[in-house]
Design a protein around this ligand. Structure first.
Ligand SMILES: Cc1cc2nc3c(=O)[nH]c(=O)nc-3n(C[C@H](O)[C@H](O)[C@H](O)COP(=O)(O)OP(=O)(O)OC[C@H]3O[C@@H](n4cnc5c(N)ncnc54)[C@H](O)[C@@H]3O)c2cc1C
Length: 358
């Protein structure tokens, strides 16, 4: 521990000496590496939220975005990322077949390699399956302790994160050595709208030198296949409206009612763990402590009791509507609008009254 402390103070002196004049630890140089996720040649919204989070660390933050993969879609994503947000200072691209799938082990090694050169003070990933999988492994390789699920950033070393399934908030001060590794909840760092006029020139894009990339780690995991649903509905994590069904739907067949409702509202479909465990829907739709965290403008819950683990994933929604036939269901304690009724009466009526989606 003592050696860690000494290392930290030495490191600070080193970084201060490059910045003159030296004032206090608050003014130390802040630079952040963001682990970017991309799909179909576009940077994912959750990575943009990570950029917003980096902006909260310090106004002077120098932000580098790291993208990996192979082929034209990577280069397309790099051009997209370079011009999408004025606070991105540079885009780093690791183009290699070894990184063509977002596997945590090679990505962790990539982060170690990039950190060796860039000496960032912070490394951020969104709290997605990818970020939750990769960042702790990168932290282990860099010998630091990550801080996960951050929802508020009060300075370069001060972070707020929920604990006890969101029932308490813990403020954490990072006292370790650089870099400070964070996963952030995208719903807590919305990206402000950027008008096309306010965008500055595109950030420079440079290739990461992978000549010293260690291959030892590659046999630790193997990519088999990706299964995803082909849907035009919005992504659950970033949808403006979410309609969620619980065990009260009773069957996979009945769950189609939720899909019809989502269709009419332009919403994403969510589910409770009970509905997932009963096989009504795949587990990628699960909302909650062990599922996705959502905070849409409108969250509609049908046949959902409101267990604490479910609330952990949706309680930050702006407006919550609940339909449940049991007036004592805990979901009504968080609902802005509650209807004690049978969902099999309510949903068909809603479907009838809602206009067709244009
Ligand atoms: C470690 C751990 C992690 C967990 N993580 C999650 C998680 O991420 N997400 C999650 O959701 N759960 C999670 N759970 C499970 C959680 O505790 C609950 O069991 C689950 O959320 C209950 O789902 P439900 O509300 O669909 O089912 P139930 O609790 O069975 O509630 C069904 C509700 O439907 C109502 N209902 C029934 N019929 C009708 C009808 N016709 N019309 C209207 N209402 C009707 C009933 O009144 C009831 O309130 C976790 C549990 C543990 C232990």
């Amino acid at each position: 521990m003592a050696s860690l402390m000494i290392l930290k103070s030495l490191k600070k002196q080193r970084s201060f000496s490059s910045l003159s004049p030296i004032t206090s630890s608050i003014s130390r140089f802040v630079s952040t590496l963001i682990l970017g996720e991309h799909e179909g040649g576009q940077l994912k919204q959750s990575s943009l939220c990570a950029v917003a989070a980096a902006g909260a660390i310090s106004a002077d933050n120098s932000i580098s975005l790291l993208l990996a993969g192979s082929g034209p879609s990577l280069q397309q994503a790099a051009s997209h990322a370079a011009s999408i947000h004025p606070s991105i200072s540079q885009v780093l691209v690791a183009d290699s077949d070894k990184l063509s799938h977002p596997l945590a082990e090679p990505w962790a090694e990539l982060v170690r390699l990039v950190q060796q050169k860039g000496r960032y003070s912070h490394i951020i990933a969104a709290s997605s399956s990818f970020g939750k999988n990769t960042l702790p492994r990168a932290a282990a390789l860099l010998d630091v302790s990550p801080i996960t699920d951050v929802i508020e950033i009060s300075g370069p070393q001060l972070f707020v994160r929920p604990i006890y399934a969101g029932n308490a908030l813990s403020t954490v001060r990072y006292t370790g050595v650089d870099p400070c590794l964070l996963t952030i909840r995208s719903t807590s760092f919305p990206v402000p709208h950027i008008s096309s006029d306010s965008k500055s020139d595109a950030a420079p894009v440079s290739q990461v030198d992978l000549s010293t990339f260690s291959e030892d780690i590659l046999d630790k995991s193997r990519y088999l296949k990706l299964t995803s649903q082909d849907t035009e509905r919005p992504d659950l994590g970033s949808a403006r409206i979410v309609v969620t069904g619980g065990r009260g739907l009773k069957s996979a067949e009945n769950f189609k009612l939720m899909e019809k409702l989502a269709e009419k509202l332009g919403a994403a479909v969510g589910a409770t763990r009970a509905a997932v465990d009963a096989g009504f829907v795949p587990n990628e739709l699960q909302v909650g402590q062990t599922g996705k965290i959502v905070a849409p403008e409108l969250y509609m819950a049908f046949g959902v009791s409101g267990a604490i683990q479910h609330l952990a994933g949706m309680r930050d929604s702006k407006v919550i509507v609940a339909v449940n036939k049991d007036a004592d269901s805990p979901i009504f304690q968080v609902a802005d609008y509650g209807l004690v009724a049978d969902l099999f009466d309510v949903i068909p009526e809603l479907l009838e009254k809602l206009p067709e989606k244009k």
